[in-house]
Design a protein around this ligand. Sequence first.
Ligand code: NI
Length: 178
Amino acid sequence: MTVKKILTAPDPFLKQISKPVDEVTKEIQDLMDDMLDTMYDAPGIGLAAVQIGVPLRVIVMDISWRNEEGIKEPLYFVNPEITVKTKNLSTYEEGCLSVPDQYAEIDRPEECEINFLDYNGKKSTLNAKGLLATCIQHEMDHLEGILFIDHLSNMKRNMIVKKLIKTKKQSKKERIVA
Ligand code: NI
């Protein structure tokens, strides 16, 4: 298992639509293991494969492990599809490992139902609400090349992207000095 590099905006790689997985093979399971290691290391509560440079419809999540108890409860979603979502919206302040240190309030359907393949390739259904529903929708946006900042006004998004570009330039300078 390996911690991979996470791509950050405005990297155009993140804008592509991820491809469905044909079958949950050992290779896909290895990918999910690496994604989980990368997510825990970052640290974050969700990661899509495209964020580590693999444009496949694979997501890992764990919304429990950063609680006081710190118990790890990883979730794996291959080829997830939203089958039902509520009209009611809920609002969370979101961040993203591909948009470092930036946060914004985003409205999303409060509850949703998702069909997917699990770690062992078994067809599964999940009814999600609250943070779980928001997180899975955030991750599924990644599969369509959408970041949470794409839900903001152009002005707010441009402001955040400018900050990210500035930070990237600064970190490059530091690398040269070292
Ligand atoms: Ni994200």
